[in-house]
Design a protein around this ligand. Structure first.
Ligand SMILES: CC(C)(COP(=O)(O)OP(=O)(O)OC[C@H]1O[C@@H](n2cnc3c(N)ncnc32)[C@H](O)[C@@H]1OP(=O)(O)O)[C@@H](O)C(=O)NCCC(=O)NCCS
Length: 149
């Protein structure tokens, strides 16, 4: 298993992974823009891209924009490993703190972030579109390096 920086040539693989594994998959143009302008990292296992994460960095504040693990490879620690290694990777560019937003209904992602030491900072009301309405975002943050248990 190895972590690799992703580039625009990885667009099709990112879109495929995201569409088959994330119920709120990013549209193709967001993936294209993120691969071009942000820091996207992937975990390759046996030659296959099984997890992706996208970060942006403004001054010393890192934002986790997205993380997706292949549906067939969940609960094997890939999400956790990619975020630990990804955040470490971003520290070399000056990241001192990491922030994120997550749907309040996304209990698996919230559990993952808590396991990495992220604390809850508040709620952003009606932030996400949801069929038939809107959904709140939970705001979370952690100082770096992560205090991983
Ligand atoms: C959230 C997601 C990235 C987790 O990936 P994963 O590789 O399955 O997570 P890990 O195996 O690394 O889990 C690490 C820890 O997170 C927590 N966790 C992860 N999934 C969980 C679940 N379904 N239920 C409860 N806890 C969960 C557990 O504490 C877990 O440790 P444990 O397995 O030792 O109990 C994955 O479910 C996913 O891709 N979801 C769809 C996309 C998404 O919602 N991304 C978040 C956008 S903000």
């Amino acid at each position: 298993m190895k972590m690799v920086p992703l580039e625009i040539r990885d667009l099709a693989e990112c879109i495929q992974l995201s569409q088959r594994s994330d119920p709120f998959s990013w549209p193709d143009d967001i993936w294209r823009r993120s691969l071009r302008d942000d820091h996207c990292l992937g975990l390759v296992v046996g030659g296959e891209l099984l997890a992706v994460a996208a970060f942006s960095l403004v001054l010393d504040e890192l934002s986790l924009l997205n993380v997706v693990v292949d549906r067939s490879a969940r609960r094997q620690g890939l999400g956790r490993q990619l975020l630990i290694e990804g955040v470490e990777w971003m520290q070399q560019f000056g990241a001192l703190r990491c922030v994120l937003e997550v749907r309040v209904s996304n209990s698996s992602a919230i559990a993952l972030y808590r396991s990495l030491g992220f604390a809850e900072d508040g709620i952003r009301k009606n932030y996400y579109p949801l069929e038939g309405g809107r959904e709140n975002a939970l705001l979370m943050s952690a100082d770096l390096p992560l205090a991983v248990d």
